[in-house]
Design a protein around this ligand. Structure first.
Ligand code: KIV
Length: 264
């Protein structure tokens, strides 16, 4: 994927041409993703929850995002990588926003993602003018967990839906190349998608977005209580527990290592 591909996929949208994104946080999984036809990787600040065990994404800082972006980039085999600007980093000022984007692109991302619209538009314009592809993120933006009072579906009331639609249009005008729409009614996901000439990437935003993104560990079956919008496409956690149990059993019963696993 390149930036022109995002525009082309929007212009020629068919079911086959929807854009597939998955989150990834390390080189080992990036190497697996590189073997698939998945279009893009998001090094999301969900890393703070999924990998580091925090209860929200607020714990991700720039150092964490750079560290994981570098790791993913080593294994991604040329896939398009978007990395998240962590909580409040860009709100420290234009200079900090530029430094954060610079660090993430130098770490191997091709684009950055920023949550929210209000107060971000000038920052986005400045980054885009400086050559940084920026992705927007609206709806249930996890960095706003305390402002929202929890992980709650957004845009159910008419006025809230209008505000999210207006945010999407403002982000498009500011120059973002695509927008993640998270946790909104499917009808609003469709309305926003129809209103924009850039691709929308949905997560809990219904089937009509131009693409979808899922958290890697949700789709692989690692998440005990996945959100309603997620689907486990495999049961890798079960397979992992079975492999770990088999190893434990083999060590305890002295069947590992065998002669072929030992040096003569
Ligand atoms: O951090 C993340 O994983 C995200 C996705 C949920 C869109 O922002």
């Amino acid at each position: 994927m390149t930036l022109p591909d995002f525009r082309r996929r929007k212009a020629t949208k068919t079911n086959q041409e929807r854009i597939s994104f998955v989150t990834c946080y390390d080189c080992a999984f990036a190497r697996l993703i590189a073997q698939t036809e998945l279009d893009c990787i998001l090094v999301g600040d969900s890393v703070a929850m999924v990998v580091h065990g925090h209860s929200s994404t607020l714990a991700a800082d720039l150092a964490m995002m750079v560290f994981h972006t570098e790791s993913v980039a080593r294994g991604a085999g040329g896939k398009f990588i978007v990395a998240d600007i962590p909580f409040l980093e860009h709100r420290k000022g234009q200079s900090e926003a530029v430094s954060a984007a610079q660090a993430l692109l130098r770490a191997g991302a091709q684009a950055i993602k920023l949550e929210g619209a209000a107060g971000n538009l000038e920052i986005i314009q400045n980054l885009v003018e400086g050559g940084v592809p920026v992705m927007g993120h609206i709806g249930l933006t996890p960095q706003f967990i305390h402002a929202f009072g929890g992980f709650k579906v957004q845009g159910r009331e008419d006025s809230a839906a209008e505000k999210i639609l207006a945010d999407a249009k403002a982000l498009e005008a500011a120059g973002v190349f695509a927008i993640v729409i998270e946790g909104v009614p499917a009808s609003l996901g469709k309305r926003i998608t129809d209103a924009l000439s850039i691709p929308t990437i949905g997560i809990g935003a219904g089937p009509d977005c131009d693409g979808q993104v899922l958290v890697l560990h949700d789709l692989l079956g690692f998440t005990e209580k996945p959100p309603k919008f997620a689907r486990a496409f495999g049961q890798v956690a079960h397979a992992s527990v079975a492999a770990l149990g088999a190893y434990d059993e083999a060590v305890k019963s002295s069947t590992f290592p065998a002669a072929k696993e030992s040096y003569s």
